[in-house]
Design a protein around this ligand. Structure first.
Ligand SMILES: Cc1cc2nc3c(=O)[nH]c(=O)nc-3n(C[C@H](O)[C@H](O)[C@H](O)COP(=O)(O)OP(=O)(O)OC[C@H]3O[C@@H](n4cnc5c(N)ncnc54)[C@H](O)[C@@H]3O)c2cc1C
Ligand SMILES: Cc1cc2nc3c(=O)[nH]c(=O)nc-3n(C[C@H](O)[C@H](O)[C@H](O)COP(=O)(O)O)c2cc1C
Ligand code: SF4
Length: 643
């Protein structure tokens, strides 16, 4: 056995787990508006359980309506939720996993737009991100919420869950009491560490009383909140010592809150290193007697095994890895590491969508949240034509081939990948190349007939009897019609990144979307003085919030100049003319890099419809967007055509 610690039995109180892999809580927005489990939710949880994870912690589930954080979050606030939770518990158990629920109240990090009422908190101070003044909880209100936690724990037990976890992390209500960052009370619930701990103690004691001595109750904490006045590891260790004495069965060590979210510690994005919170778990582990769960960007079994072997934690939680590949634990156990379709930490499909109150997708796994549709076997074997080998086309091809169809793919370039190859050469973006390589490996493994270096024209479909054609031809860069655009000091950013064009001297990047800002970073990194001009009020607004803040920080360090509300008017040999609120002025520029987005490339659609019954346009060819949409649409084109 290559990973003996990972696949050894784990213990949390009276619980025994078959291995040390934990699914940490992740809100999906798959429940109905009343917090009840839907068939979609059940299929999703069943799919993850089937992949071999040992311990599953269901998402932050609101114990009362005023603490609800997301529109379709799971609820455990009333008895009507028990029937659905029972199904989830059974799904976990059917595959040998142990399963529990995270009990949650959002406090001031919940918003009235979701709850319908003013948020509540220990003190009437708004969270800096949600920015809504909460009502300070009276002692009577506190007692009521404590009761709600214990009633929720009883529901979990009735539903057949194996344990509950109290959500004491991420700046939600329990942390709001624990932390001097949010708790400014002067009564018995604030003022000293012991008083700030009172609310959590009351919640725990009430829960314990309600579920009995043997039912494990675990606790999630932010090892460090990474905000001024916030909790740090030394404070967390003190909290753990007290809670251990009371009987907490395990400590789950995460980090951060909404105010520090953009620092990229809570759900580390691509630009952050792997395993960055392990030191916090290890710090707690040193002081704790109860089992410790480590989490955050632990993406290889080697890293997980090392954490366990070195005694830094007793369990390893792998959240986004399981969204990306629910079979991850099973594949590790069976030595199929090359087949792992790991998380690339893009934070676009999962948390990016969740924070926009949408349902969670996974950029690299279109089955996530669509398990029911993927679970329906196709009735017939189809002949499938895919045009374009970017993420949309490759996703269509692997989905079709994995479902047993006969697939032919055309790509005009000598290699597959589409825009992934340029997205992935930008600084801190190499995970896009990992996705490209994995998709290519799957295409090869599945034996897809691939014509590289072949520009598809409709005559290639004539007489081939294709049942389904997927047009995934991507997009072309926009070239604005401006005086001087034809000069040889003007380059398109895609050409530059692909090495077809070069930049010299002082560079002006025109267009401050995410791609433009990243291109500016790459050029500044190569030593060019760079200015970004952006017509709207800010740059990189299309990037996930954490990625954006990290990117802005790096641009500042690289001294990239950013001109907002500024338009390019004309281009000369050594200067451009720009228009901004102060007027129209010249600006020196040796090279002008155009990064103004793209337009769809679906040229063959009309003609192809005459030869193939079912034609679908997907990804950028439909509308230039992101890899997340491209991969999803590529796969869904196949599933929908099977109907
Ligand atoms: C610099 C840059 C950074 C980016 N960063 C991100 C990011 O961080 N996150 C994100 O989600 N998205 C990002 N994107 C956007 C993302 O790459 C695209 O949305 C995505 O690649 C679209 O996928 P697609 O398969 O639809 O198209 P493409 O990736 O463009 O693939 C289309 C493929 O079709 C081929 N093709 C075209 N015509 C034919 C033909 N007639 N016959 C055969 N083959 C043909 C092309 O050669 C190409 O390989 C970035 C884009 C750029 C340029
Ligand atoms: C979509 C999404 C939803 C999340 N929801 C919760 C939650 O309900 N409760 C919680 O404590 N943490 C939540 N988290 C944080 C994860 O539990 C985990 O700590 C984080 O994703 C880092 O681990 P990973 O790199 O293995 O994904 C969420 C993360 C994601 C991506
Ligand atoms: S959407 Fe991106 S970050 Fe989220 S699980 Fe999928 S690959 Fe990972």
């Amino acid at each position: 056995m290559k990973f003996p610690h990972l696949f050894s039995e784990g213990r949390i109180g009276t619980l025994r787990t078959k291995n040390r892999f934990v699914m940490p809580p992740m809100v999906r927005n798959y429940a109905d508006g009343n917090g009840r489990v839907t068939p979609r939710y059940l299929a999703h949880i069943e799919r993850i359980a089937r992949g071999g994870v040992g311990l599953m912690i269901l998402e932050a589930s609101y114990v009362s309506q005023d603490g609800k954080g997301f529109v379709n979050q799971l609820g455990i606030h009333e008895d009507g939720t028990i029937a659905g939770l029972k199904k989830l518990a059974a799904a976990g158990h059917a595959h040998g996993a142990k399963i529990g629920v995270q009990l949650y109240h959002g406090g001031r990090q919940a918003s009235s737009t979701t709850t319908g009422t003013q948020p509540v908190a220990p003190s009437a101070i708004p969270d800096p991100v949600v920015n809504e003044v909460p009502a300070e909880l009276s002692k009577k209100d506190i007692a009521l919420i404590v009761k709600r936690f214990s009633a929720a724990a009883v529901r979990a037990k009735k539903a057949g869950m194996d344990f509950v976890e109290i959500h004491g992390a991420h700046g939600y209500l329990v942390t709001q009491f624990l932390s001097p960052f949010s708790n400014k009370r002067t009564d018995e619930y604030g003022g000293t560490p012991a008083k700030r701990l009172r609310f959590l103690k009351e919640v725990y004691i009430a829960v314990r009383k309600a579920v009995g001595a043997k039912f494990p109750v675990t606790l999630r904490l932010s090892g460090d909140e990474y905000v001024p006045e916030g909790l740090q590891l030394k404070d967390t260790v003190q909290i753990v010592k007290v809670m251990e004495k009371l009987g907490i069965a395990a400590i789950h060590v995460s980090a951060g809150n909404y105010a520090s979210y953009a620092k990229g510690v809570l759900i580390p994005p691509m630009a952050k290193k792997d395993g960055l919170l392990v030191a916090l778990a290890a710090g707690v582990k040193k002081a704790a007697k109860t089992p410790v769960i480590a989490v955050a960007k632990i993406r290889t079994p080697e890293m997980a095994e090392k954490i366990l072997a070195e005694g830094k934690a007793d369990f390893v939680a792998v959240g986004r890895m399981l969204l990306a590949d629910p079979d991850y634990p099973k594949k590790v156990q069976e030595g199929r590491l090359a087949e792992v379709n790991g998380c690339i930490a893009c934070n676009q499909g999962c948390i990016g969508r969740l924070f926009a109150q949408q349902d969670v997708w996974c950029t690299v796994n279109p089955e996530t949240g669509r398990e029911e549709a993927f679970g329906v076997k196709p009735k017939f074997r189809r002949r499938v034509l895919v045009i374009g080998g970017g993420p949309a086309g490759m996703s269509a091809a692997v989905t079709a081939a994995e479902r047993g169809h006969e697939v032919t793919l055309y790509e005009k370039e000598p290699q597959l990948g589409g825009q992934l190859k340029i997205a992935g050469i930008l600084p801190f973006r190499e995970d896009w190349l990992a996705l490209r390589d994995r998709l290519i490996a799957r295409i090869v493994r599945l034996g897809v007939t691939t014509h590289l270096g072949t520009e598809f024209t409709t005559d290639m479909a004539v007489g081939r009897k294709y049942d389904i054609a997927v047009i995934a031809m991507g997009s072309e860069a926009i070239r604005p019609n401006l005086p001087g655009i034809g000069r040889n000091n003007v380059v398109i950013s895609r050409d530059l990144l692909e090495g077809r064009a070069d930049a010299k001297g002082r560079v002006v990047v025109v267009g401050g979307g995410c791609a433009g800002a990243q291109t500016a970073e790459a050029l500044a990194g190569r030593g060019h003085p760079v200015t970004v001009i952006e017509a709207t009020g800010d740059i990189a607004v299309d990037a996930p919030i954490d990625d954006r803040m990290l990117l802005l920080g790096r641009l500042e360090k690289l001294k990239v100049r950013i001109l907002r509300n500024t338009k390019l008017m004309s281009i000369g040999p050594k200067a451009v003319t720009i228009e901004h609120p102060g007027g129209t002025v010249p600006m020196p520029a040796d090279t002008v890099v155009i990064c103004l987005g793209s337009f769809p490339n679906d040229g063959v659609l009309k003609e192809l419809e005459r030869h193939v019954h079912h034609v679908k346009v997907v990804g950028d060819a439909l509308k230039p967007r992101r890899v997340t949409e491209a991969v999803a649409e590529g796969a869904l084109a196949i599933i929908e055509a099977e109907k």
